[in-house]
Design a protein around this ligand. Structure first.
Ligand SMILES: [Zn+2]
Length: 149
């Protein structure tokens, strides 16, 4: 799994704007939860939200993919509303929005970029295309997602 910002191409500018996405720490257990969700939903893409606090991801909230498609996702609006309410009740903030790629690498598609409605949120992609090693080349225990774009 690679964490990528939709606007990664603009990061050649060294200035940090106030809207830049802060790094979010994703633990191994959170990562495993995402992977399980991706596998259960395959061949369709799964999607959901991650709530957290102080830059640490805490809770995975599964959402329905309204598209029910292997090629794209669309967070069910009712699920999204329910989850955002639940997050607020728990004192969490929206740390990340995730979805899976079942047959392609963990790079955002043009559709993903176009659909990235929350500029301040981190967009995570869980790829099943790398088999059992979606974290290849990254520390397995802790990802510092979003730090490298
Ligand atoms: Zn995608």
């Amino acid at each position: 799994m690679l964490a990528r910002q939709p606007q990664a191409d603009k990061r050649s500018c060294p200035q940090r704007s106030s809207t830049s996405v802060p790094p979010v720490q994703i633990s191994k257990s959170i990562h495993d939860e995402l992977l399980v969700h991706a596998r259960e939903e395959a061949p369709n893409e799964c999607c959901g939200l991650i709530g957290g606090a102080d830059g640490v991801a805490r809770t995975v909230y599964r959402a329905r993919n309204a598209e029910a498609s292997p090629l794209r996702y669309n967070l069910d609006p009712q699920d999204q509303f329910r989850i955002m309410t639940e997050m607020e009740e728990r004192g969490e903030e929206l740390s990340a929005i995730y979805h899976s790629h079942t047959a392609s690498p963990a790079y955002p598609s043009q559709t993903d970029i176009n659909l990235a409605a929350y500029p301040d949120a981190l967009y995570l992609i869980v790829s099943l295309a790398d088999g059992e090693r979606p974290l290849r080349g990254r520390p397995r225990r802790r990802l510092r997602a979003g730090a490298t774009g």
